[in-house]
Design a binder for this molecule. Structure first.
Ligand code: ADP
Length: 183
């Protein structure tokens, strides 16, 4: 199976704390269990190496996404399933990356900003509110939702497993995964 799998980039976008990493981790585990070749590019990790030094201006955020997209494209065209979790707040650059890669599944991971702030997984919202962090997406910096994402995960309304299942169902429907026997 793994030698003939189709490459695809699964791109999770959404606010900090919306659930991108959580869904990505769970999906990664399920795909690994199926023995598929995959690679994960998590925004927080990428920013410590591939895009180290970039900040949070629109220009730098777009450059961050462009570089992640570049690597994703190399992997995708070599038959790898690439899982990207990055806030990637600007629609135009996401569209640019989508057009370049072609095999691209955009997953909009959303919850109201109040919910994300209440979760405050990494304590960043508190820092954004106090002004310690500037240009924080959803608080003091824009987020442009996808206009036509392949998958919508509303994490304030659904369980983690439901979110994961939605992505898997879409991958199956689009022919990136063989359909599973489970309905
Ligand atoms: P992000 O990567 O988008 O910044 P995280 O995945 O780090 O967000 O945090 C999301 C938080 O929301 C986690 O604490 C997670 O347990 C919680 N959560 C609640 N419901 C869901 C769901 N359906 N899917 C994903 N995460 C959820």
């Amino acid at each position: 199976m793994s030698s003939q799998q189709r490459g695809v980039t699964i791109w999770f976008t959404g606010l900090s704390g919306a659930g991108k990493t959580t869904i990505n981790d769970a999906l990664t585990k399920e795909l690994r269990d199926r023995n598929l070749k995959l690679e994960v590019l998590d925004g927080d990790i990428v920013r410590t190496n591939l895009t180290k030094g970039l900040g949070f201006s629109k220009e730098d955020r777009d450059e961050n996404v462009r570089r992640i997209g570049f690597v994703s494209n190399l992997l995708t065209r070599n038959g790898v399933i690439v899982l990207v979790a990055a806030i990637s707040p600007y629609r135009a650059i996401r569209e640019e990356v989508r057009d370049r890669i072609g095999d691209f599944v955009e997953v909009y991971v959303s919850a109201p900003v109040e919910v994300c702030e209440q979760r405050d997984v990494k304590g960043l919202y508190a820092k954004a509110r106090s002004g310690e962090i500037k240009q924080f997406t959803g608080i003091s910096d824009p987020y442009e939702p996808p206009s036509n994402p392949e998958v919508n995960c509303e994490t304030h309304k659904e369980t983690l497993q439901e979110s994961v299942n939605k992505v898997i169902a879409k991958l199956e429907e689009m022919g990136y995964l063989p359909a599973s026997v489970v309905a």
